[in-house]
Design a protein around this ligand. Structure first.
Ligand code: ATP
Length: 417
């Protein structure tokens, strides 16, 4: 885990939040490479689950909502973790984590004496207007789901979709998490990619199974995650959220242990009923696949991180790699090589996310690109000046081949699929 965190910081995937002021616990910022990876994941998800389908449409709803939403959805009452406090060092912990992860011993001072469990609501509060009193309290949404439920009628009226159909959204959610961290695994502010899929009650089991298969295929086929690195676990009755009749978690084997990556829940008709929404006299039921962006990024980084004999290589699928191709002049101090390589770079950069590198020697540049997952490197050398060919080097096989500049675009397009 330390190796991944340090690579993320060193190469610009993820920085500690507010770092120059000593940081802010459980907040992180995505850097230049991180934001490319995040955008690639989100675009792939949106294409697969919204654009390529006729039965799902997207929305983007506001983070701040009328507090009545959270009263109706049960979050004001039920969205709480049971907390205990160590009587010696006053650290607060989730009661379930104390038992499962810390063997009833305080991780701060090894004390064993704790207060009784107390419910702690995870929603962040803020205020609208100049007065911070109860009447002006609003909440930062703790899930994107409610934005889709309260827009159910608007979406159905404007699209005229018939059951079964879904609403999808990618957006920020906020939770005042107590138990810290593990890098970007548990953060205060994160993004969810969520679908509310509306069905008739009789169809819930088959729809649940369908979405379980879809989620698995997203992980394995779209993201290229090794199927041996995650498991599917069904929630015990006692673990189920207040709205759910059946939930499964996709758990990834992170370096710090096997933990939730995604969830799939049968939310029944709980939410639409709570908001008094119906369709042609009946209240649809809901299957909800939910995908956390930060946990996707963390799973991808863990999954793709390979240490080979003399290199570290991030074997992300080309579609996810922040840069698709790096272009180098063999020598940075030969203007004719630099000029030729710049031409190749300019030619490619409109079609592919390309990066220029002329520091150090070729070996170092390959090492540097392998570490950030760049699938292809192109070098212009003295032969290029004679015959308009370049060396194309493949990240995974490390094979190098001579390619005509005029064929580069076609070859890259084919191989980057
Ligand atoms: P956990 O049990 O780990 O607290 P949860 O069961 O409360 O998670 P859900 O309410 O199912 O999580 O949230 C849906 C998805 O949002 C999760 O599967 C996860 O990918 C993501 N997620 C939830 N909480 C966080 C968080 N604090 N930081 C990052 N991602 C999160």
């Amino acid at each position: 885990m330390q190796k991944i965190i340090s690579l993320c910081k060193r190469r610009g995937f993820v920085f500690p939040g507010s770092e120059i002021y000593g940081g802010l616990a459980n907040t992180w910022d995505f850097g230049p490479l991180g934001v490319e990876l995040v955008n690639n994941v989100k675009q792939l998800w949106w294409k697969r689950f919204v654009k390529d389908r006729e039965d799902i449409v997207g929305i983007s709803s506001a983070i701040l909502m009328n507090p009545k939403v959270w009263a109706a959805s049960g979050h004001l009452k039920g969205f709480a973790d049971p907390l205990v406090e160590c009587k010696k060092c006053h650290i607060r912990l989730r009661a379930d984590h104390l038992k499962e992860s810390y063997n009833n011993q305080c991780p701060g001072c090894s004390g064993k004496d704790f207060t009784e469990e107390r419910q702690f609501n995870l929603m962040f509060k803020t205020f609208i207007g100049p007065v911070d009193d109860e009447a002006s309290t609003v909440y930062l949404r703790p899930e994107t789901a409610q934005g889709m439920f309260v827009n159910f009628a608007n979406v159905q009226n404007t699209t005229r979709l018939k059951l079964p159909f879904g609403i999808a959204q990618i957006g920020k959610a906020f939770r005042n998490e107590i138990t810290p961290g593990n890098f970007i695994f548990r953060v205060l502010e994160f993004e969810q990619m969520e679908i509310e899929y509306f069905i008739e009650e009789k169809d819930w089991e088959k729809t649940f199974d369908y979405w379980q298969a879809e989620m698995k295929s997203w992980l394995v086929d779209a993201l290229g995650v090794n199927p041996g690195n995650f498991v599917i676990r069904e929630h015990e009755k006692s673990e189920l959220s207040h709205y759910s009749k059946k939930t499964i978690d996709f758990e990834y084997k992170y370096p710090f242990g096997q933990e939730e990556l995604y969830g799939l829940a049968y939310r029944t008709d709980f939410d639409l009923k709570a908001h008094k929404l119906s369709l042609e006299g009946m209240v649809p039921h809901v299957i909800e696949p939910t995908f956390g962006v930060e946990r996707t990024i963390l799973a991808l980084l863990c999954d793709a991180h390979n240490e080979e004999k003399d290199r570290v290589v991030l074997k992300l699928k080309p579609a996810l790699a922040p840069y698709k191709v790096a272009v180098f002049p063999l020598l940075a101090n030969k203007p004719e090589l630099v000029e030729k390589a710049r031409k190749v770079f300019e030619m490619l950069k409109n079609d592919f996310t390309a990066v220029w590198d002329d520091r150090g020697n070729i070996g170092k540049r390959y090492y540097s690109q392998d570490e950030i997952a760049t699938p292809f490197c192109i070098t212009c050398d003295f032969d290029t000046l004679q015959d308009d060919t370049v060396t194309l080097r493949d990240r995974d096989s490390m094979k190098q081949e001579r390619i005509k500049i005029s064929e580069l675009k076609n070859i890259l397009s084919e191989r980057l699929l």
